[in-house]
Write a new protein. Structure first.
Length: 361
């Protein structure tokens, strides 16, 4: 086997700890060409689409990639800003805020970067960057609070694929999920509470999560249960009863049954049940993206109002808000236990080593 980056390990560099936050990804630009490249990478992942490979190759290349990129490009064009893709610039802001807070807390031996599972910046490029800076211990935090094989496990697959091609490997820790992590739950609940303070409460709070095929649940994926757990804990923090909120699932693709209830069908049906105002929050999305801005804030709003609803509000994702960043930093520090060396002790040990090298024992 020929290994890449055989000089990952440099004996002359000071050891550092790497923090790699990851998210799903985004096309480089809202054009059919960029969308075709992005969708091909995304939909070719066997963790995302669990269909026999030969059959799926024919469907993907013969049908989906011939028509979907143009339609998807229009949707992405509606959410891209002067800063580019919302998911990209929100994740950059999260990286910057995490790095700043950890530095302010004295963790000067930590390097924070972010990568996208699909698209750019890629795992390969970011791992090269981290190891070139002397990272010897690596903590990977996919920003998916609820575990699914199609998200968290896919990120681990991409990490492992990269590591299989390296001669030297770092110590590794991987955070696979955090659906009930108290600081995260508190940040989500407080986000909703602050929205209520400014805009009042609606008849119903909808907690919408990205869907997955029901078949994945039946085959053992815990995602469905973790979403309901997150919803229950947020509701408890807010003092909500069972009739005050709903857990729903959005963004289904294809014809097979996905996790229910579906967000769009729910919003179409609620006005006939006497629910005239709703507020929608997406606890599974750490940053705003196409699925929250275009699908929830715009498309599903039209469904609800057209069905007779009177007032619809989307509560934005946690993004890089201070309480969310603090929750992520607490999660990071909890998973760094045993790796961190107090700064003054570390300096003393290095000074002693230098003295020994210079003057002997």
């Amino acid at each position: 086997m020929r290994y890449i980056n055989t000089r990952d390990f440099d004996h002359k560099q000071a050891d550092k700890i790497g923090i790699l936050i990851t998210n799903l990804g985004t096309p480089d630009e809202p054009t059919p060409k960029a969308l075709k490249r992005y969708l091909k990478q995304f939909l070719s992942d066997p963790r995302v689409v669990e269909v026999p490979r030969v059959l799926w190759w024919l469907i993907l290349n013969g049908v989906i990639l011939q028509f979907r990129p143009r339609r998807s490009a229009k949707a992405y064009a509606s959410v891209f800003t002067d800063q580019g893709s919302p998911l990209l610039f929100h994740t950059q802001a999260q990286r910057d805020a995490i790095a700043l807070q950890l530095q302010q807390e004295g963790m000067t031996d930590v390097v924070v970067e972010f990568a996208m599972r699909y698209g750019n910046p890629s795992f390969d490029s970011v791992l090269d960057k981290l190891f070139a800076q002397g990272v010897r211990k690596l903590l990977v935090l996919p920003l998916y609070p609820q575990y699914s094989a199609s998200t968290s496990a896919s990120s681990f697959d991409e990490l492992a694929r990269n590591f299989m091609r390296r001669r030297w490997l770092p110590d590794l820790r991987f955070v696979s999920h955090y659906p009930d992590y108290p600081p995260f739950i508190a940040a989500a609940a407080d986000k909703i509470r602050r929205h209520w303070q400014q805009h009042g409460r609606a008849d119903k709070l909808i907690l919408s999560y990205h869907g997955i095929p029901k078949r994945y649940l039946l085959n053992g994926d815990p995602y469905h249960c973790e979403c309901y757990k997150t919803s229950r804990l947020i509701a408890e923090q807010l003092g909500l009863g069972e009739d005050d909120y709903l857990t729903t699932f959005q963004s289904r693709f294809g014809r097979e049954e996905w996790l229910k209830p579906y967000t769009d069908d729910t919003l179409k049906a609620l006005p006939a049940q006497g629910v005239k105002s709703v507020q929608v929050f997406c606890p599974g999305f750490s940053a705003d993206c196409l699925e929250t801005i275009e699908e929830i804030a715009e498309e599903n709003r039209e469904y609800f109002l057209h069905a007779g609803g009177q007032h619809y509000e989307y509560i934005s994702a946690l993004n890089a808000e201070p309480q969310h960043i603090d929750a992520l930093c607490q999660l990071i520090k909890a998973n760094l236990q045993g790796w961190q060396v107090p700064a003054n002790t570390q300096r003393a040990e290095r000074a002693a080593a230098l003295n020994r090298a210079t003057y002997g024992d």
